[in-house]
Unconditional design. Structure first.
Length: 408
């Protein structure tokens, strides 16, 4: 059960090491970074590996907004806009993000980041991940996860500084602005932290997401693991059909076979480091027929991940949603994020809902469901987020895939 001692440090510097923070520091470094620090300091002895790094503080973000009267300008730009009007929302969001990007980071913050980045390794092109962590992220009553940005394989201090500014600007993504409005959060209540961590070489390994319960039924005695090749963004974004594994928790402690079920996913693509000379830091490539035809995770790794999941769940005292990665160079497993699972676990275990389609028509297309509901309406085929203005109330959205940008 989570029982964090009060930190002895005072978060006054613009940058702080992840190993120095705990779950009590959400207000200082956001939910994601606080959780990473919690696991680094409290679960390392239980074989939970988390990539090391540092985080900018919420006060550092606020200091950035004091420049050029930016905070007041943002409040004025958002005043009176209709967040349900996609065009109004998009115009305001673009302008605010450009304001944030146009300003250099405050000198004290920039120097602190330079020093911290140098401290991570002896290379001036050390690859790191720069992740966002909002101070209101992953609360039980509201999930802010996935609304801001992540930048992978960032090399060199200038690119790290630019990525931090992009993280700051991502607090004003269209979807984030709208979500805060609908959840009743005032803009002054939210700040953001940028976490900078060593990269895990999952581009040559595998990665995925796991849940400490069955995401369809809510059954709590299994760990549900998804896995695919490459960096984890393809799974997080829903761009790949991953392998799936169900592991029975009670069997983990008895030494018995614990994998209840496995499903071979198509794994058609993977995200890897971009080729040298490419302006992008990552790229999407096709997997080989051999990769598609085999599981991306060995049984020993499946079991090890399930054991980590149980340890994390026990520490936090609630069902968890965890991102993981396997380093293809070292073979090590790392935890990249752990947050409370707030949807499935909140459902009543006493109620079962079933739906039946009464009409009988020709089946035109089939697919894999992610839930149990029935809907009806006019099909609206959308090629990109730019066409969302065509969607009317009651339409059935048809698209190759969606991402959080589609839900302002």
């Amino acid at each position: 059960m989570l029982d964090c001692p009060r930190n002895s440090h005072s978060v006054k510097e613009p940058v702080i090491g992840l190993h120095q923070v705990s779950q009590r520091d959400i207000a200082h470094v956001g939910g994601k970074n606080a959780s990473l620090g919690e696991m680094l300091s409290r679960l390392s002895s239980a074989s939970i590996q988390v990539p090391g790094g540092f985080a900018t503080t919420a006060d550092a973000y606020r200091a950035h907004l004091t420049q050029d009267d930016l905070k007041k300008r943002i409040a004025g730009r958002l005043a009176g806009i209709d967040v349900d009007n996609i065009r109004q929302l998009g115009s305001a969001g673009r302008e605010i993000r450009s304001w944030i990007m146009q300003l250099d980071l405050p000198r004290t913050l920039e120097q602190a980041v330079r020093d911290a980045y140098t401290g991570l390794g002896n290379s001036d092109s050390l690859p790191v991940a720069v992740r966002s962590s909002a101070t209101a992220e992953d609360l039980p009553q509201a999930s802010f996860a996935g609304q801001q940005e992540t930048y992978l394989n960032v090399r060199g201090i200038d690119n790290v500084l630019e990525s931090i500014r992009k993280v700051f600007a991502s607090l004003y993504n269209d979807r984030a602005i709208a979500y805060r409005h609908h959840q009743g959060f005032a803009e002054v209540d939210i700040a953001i932290s940028a976490g900078v961590q060593h990269m895990v070489r999952s581009d040559t390994g595998s990665s995925g997401v796991l849940f400490t319960l069955d995401t369809e039924s809510g059954f709590n005695d299994v760990v549900f693991i998804t896995a695919s090749y490459g960096l984890g963004e393809c799974i997080v974004q829903g761009a790949v059909n991953p392998d799936e594994f169900y592991v029975y928790k009670p069997s983990l402690t008895t030494g018995q076979a614990a994998i209840l079920r496995r499903h071979l996913g198509e794994k058609a693509i993977k995200m890897v480091y971009a080729d040298a000379g490419n302006l992008a830091t990552t790229q999407i490539v096709d997997t080989t027929p051999a990769e598609r035809g085999r599981f991306s995770l060995a049984d020993k790794d499946i079991r090890a991940l399930a054991e980590m999941a149980v340890t994390i769940e026990k520490h936090y005292g609630q069902p968890m949603d965890v991102e993981w990665a396997k380093d293809g160079e070292s073979g090590e497993l790392f935890i990249l994020q752990a947050r409370p699972e707030t949807v499935i676990s909140a459902r009543s275990s006493q109620v079962i809902e079933r739906y039946r389609l009464r009409s009988k028509n020709t089946v035109l297309a089939t697919g894999r469901s992610i839930g149990n509901r029935i809907g009806a309406g006019v099909c609206r085929v959308i090629e990109s987020v730019k066409e969302l203005g065509q969607v009317q109330a009651g339409d059935v959205l048809v698209a190759d895939m969606t991402d959080p940008d589609w839900e302002p």
